[in-house]
Design a protein around this ligand. Structure first.
Ligand code: MOS
Length: 757
């Protein structure tokens, strides 16, 4: 049959996994460079020569205009070479431009383009000096007089003044059946409101950039997640052709959505470097990161569940109001995963926006569901508790067979399998059904669980691959590694497909001049970039096989090329073999090159595609203080084939820890006097630290999903956070009987409701 003679497309090769590299807990291939300091992050780039230092000056009002700005003292300060303000900055495109541009992240991001102040910390000047200290000192000498306008900062006052999202990734509304009638008729009704606060990305690496113009071409070294979108954004800002902007982002110390778009340090460094003819670099301070870059919106979410006497949902509604900023629209789509999660014939979800005068609200790890599952997953626990049904059993009762809102089949769904596996491993059967039953000394102990779900995406991508005559494979792709392990999984895929040792793979990513890839965001990176690489590798295999069988000097001469396999640096057909180096040195002196592609197949959208999981948590709540301590936590996930058990687990754990932060410590608030964020450093904004995270583990159950991509993988970067905080909330309830709905559950909120000692 013709099919038998077709060249493999890649899926079979990954399936075969001859090297055993796929799935193995391979150490990060960039780990050595990172821990020895050889991995240069944007601010540390030396290749452009000595750079000048820029320092951003932010507005001290939240809305209005700069009426006057005095830069004389700063300009006269030692070492200062340039002070940019709106008065002398070069012309730039309008924000979001060019007109008609639909992709916010690729649109113009001008700074110092007008006297308008749109939020507290909005840059009003950029001071460039020979040293960092000189720039920072001179920045303190810039003085501005403002005409202040009234701003809107208090989310809670705007809940009746909302708009419908126009640019949201998820539709703002969904409805199936007749929710109102079904809810009214339901024998069991739950109607509760949940509140989540503003949260920060809090990446380890500050926003940093180094700009160097090579003639009329900009080289911009900047920590950014999306190279091609950022390239377009910078080109649009300065109104120059895309090919005159090169974005380089080789190593990134965390993104989480906070480095999706360009910020002041990048645009202003580029502007100053162009004017001065010298490299300029700038980093935002931690305080500036809080005040000037993105944040996760606050939300208020109403959940209504109507159930029959057996616990089956007849009506489900999830309606959320979140804040957006006047600068640009961004929607935290809190109900997006509720649409996929539970069966109920009558349903309604909606997202509405309250507009505040804050810096742009932004995607933060699992935008939408990271907030939304803090409500729906507690509501399900409340319903289970009210009906005397085990929390896993109520989810089992409401497990849909197809996507409950669009009727599409799931590409794969092992949600209940994750719950069952987790329950067995965690000892869920030890949980006491009635809350407040287990006190040990001054601590109440309790167990909670929640579901996890995160959509699985795929984006178009390309990948260049060069198999050299010395037997190395060089991958080139405008892809990024924001700390997730992209370097490593790409090396694994190439090594497996080409039968080479992993040390012989050179992964060159983080450069916009390489073949386009979507970058890191939305958990689509590994699938999109990896699929393009696999395609390239299969094309190189085909080239090598044809070369060998047509080469009289090769021991493979005359063999059927379709059956070639690759291993140990050799190409093998039947019982014939030849080292790739020997073949190439003799017959392909330039090596072999191919361009791979990831194409999103039209039938991709015939399926409802998500990764799933279940969180289990045990907490101790102090009966005297209300302090909540994590005792144990386990996440069990089904996310397709796992490429690397170490980096994937690391992502899952990182997400879960963030969920613990959402539940217990993370919150920011706006100071209504200034429109500034109250917490602006890691002393005020409380992230969990090692001492807060006890016995936390994550594992993946076997799953392959052939509906998304030939690797049969799903994204894992955002799955771990989804639902994690709700498991903590549910454990607090089980420990104490205290049901809280206003995150985070700090001791002051827990303590007043604790049962008497
Ligand atoms: Mo993500 S929040 O799309 O980096």
């Amino acid at each position: 049959m013709a099919d038998d003679l077709a060249f493999p497309t890649g899926a079979e090769v990954i399936e075969e996994n001859r090297s055993g590299l796929i799935g193995r807990a391979v150490d990060r291939v960039d780990g050595g460079a990172k821990v020895t300091g050889r991995a240069a992050y944007s601010y540390e780039i030396q290749e452009a020569g000595q750079a000048l230092y820029g320092y951003v000056v932010g507005a001290t009002i939240a809305r209005g205009r700069v009426a006057a700005i005095d830069t004389a003292a700063a300009e006269a300060a030692p070492g200062v070479v340039l002070v940019l303000t709106h008065k002398n900055a070069p012309p730039q495109a309008e924000p979001g431009g060019p007109p008609g541009n639909a992709n916010r992240l690729a649109g113009a991001k001008p700074y110092l383009y007008s006297d308008e102040v749109k939020h507290f910390g909005d840059p009003i000047a950029f001071v460039v000096a020979e040293t960092f200290e000189q720039a920072r000192d001179a920045a303190s000498l810039v003085s501005a007089r403002y005409e202040e306008a009234a701003g809107v900062f208090d989310f809670s006052t705007q809940l009746d003044n909302v708009t419908k999202p126009e640019k949201a990734f998820s539709p703002p509304d969904s409805a199936v059946g007749d929710f109102d009638a079904a809810f009214a008729a339901a024998p069991v009704q739950l109607d509760e409101t949940y509140i989540t606060p503003i949260q920060a990305h809090a990446q380890m690496e500050p926003h940093a950039a180094l700009a160097h113009w090579d003639g009329d071409k900009l080289n911009l070294f900047v920590g950014c997640q999306l190279l091609k979108a950022s390239q377009a954004s910078v080109a649009h800002t300065f109104q120059i052709p895309h090919d005159r902007v090169r974005i380089v982002s080789r190593y990134i110390g965390g993104g989480f959505g906070g480095k999706l778009c360009m910020y002041a340090e990048a645009i202003l460094s580029a502007m100053a470097a162009r004017q001065l003819g010298r490299p300029v670099k700038a980093a935002l301070t931690r305080q500036q990161m809080f005040q000037e870059t993105g944040h996760r919106s606050a939300s208020i979410q109403r959940i209504r569940l109507g159930a029959d006497k057996d616990g089956r949902l007849t009506a489900l509604a999830h309606e959320g109001v979140v804040h957006t900023s006047r600068m640009w629209e961004f929607t935290e789509s809190v109900g997006a995963q509720t649409r996929r999660l539970y069966a109920a014939p009558n349903r309604r979800t909606s997202h509405r926006l309250a507009t505040l005068d804050l810096p742009g609200a932004e995607a933060v790890r699992a935008p939408g569901e990271a907030s939304g599952m803090l409500s729906i997953e507690v509501a399900m626990d409340e319903l289970a508790d009210r009906m005397g049904i085990d929390p896993i059993e109520i989810r089992r009762l409401n497990e849909p067979t197809v996507d409950p809102e669009n009727g599409k089949p799931y590409s794969s769904r092992n949600l209940i399998a994750c719950m069952d596996e987790g329950a067995a491993r965690f000892g869920w059967s030890q949980r006491k059904a009635k809350p407040g039953q287990d006190r040990r000394g001054e601590w109440w102990i309790g167990l909670g669980m929640s579901a996890s779900i995160r959509s699985n995406y795929l984006q178009p991508a390309k990948c260049g691959l060069h198999l050299t005559t010395d037997g190395r494979a060089v991958i080139r792709q405008a892809m990024t590694d924001i700390g997730t392990g992209t370097y490593t999984i790409l090396a694994q895929i190439a090594a497996e497909a080409l039968g080479l040792p992993i040390d012989d793979i050179d992964v060159e990513i983080g450069d916009s001049s390489f073949p386009p890839a979507p970058g890191s965001g939305g958990s689509f990176g590994a699938a999109s970039a990896g699929t393009a690489l696999l395609d390239a590798a299969m094309k190189v295999r085909e080239l090598a096989a044809k070369l060998a069988v047509e080469d009289q000097a090769s021991p493979l001469f005359g063999q059927p090329p379709e059956t070639a396999t690759f291993g140990g640096g050799q190409i093998l057909i039947g019982n014939h073999a030849e080292p790739l180096t020997k073949l190439l040195q003799r017959s392909a002196p330039d090596g072999l090159k191919a361009m791979g592609e990831c194409v999103v197949a039209p039938n991709y959208f015939d399926y409802s595609q998500h990764a799933h999981g279940a969180h289990f948590c045990e907490v101790a709540v102090n009966a005297l203080t209300g302090e909540v301590r994590l005792r144990r936590m386990l996440g069990v996930f089904a996310a397709g084939r796992i490429l690397n058990d170490k980096t994937a687990r690391s992502q899952a754990i990182g997400g879960m820890i963030w969920g613990v932060g959402q539940a217990l410590t993370e919150e920011n608030h706006v100071d209504p006097r200034y429109g500034s964020f109250e917490s602006q450093d890691l002393a005020g904004y409380h992230l969990p630290v090692h001492a807060d995270i006890a016995n936390l583990d994550a594992l993946f159950i076997a799953e392959e999903d052939d509906k998304g991509n030939p690797l049969k993988i799903k994204g894992v970067g955002e799955l771990g956070i989804c639902g994690a905080g709700a498991a903590v909330a549910n454990a607090i309830y089980n420990a104490t009987g205290v049901r809280l709905r206003d995150y985070p559950f700090t001791p002051d909120k827990v303590f007043p409701f604790l049962p008497p000692m």
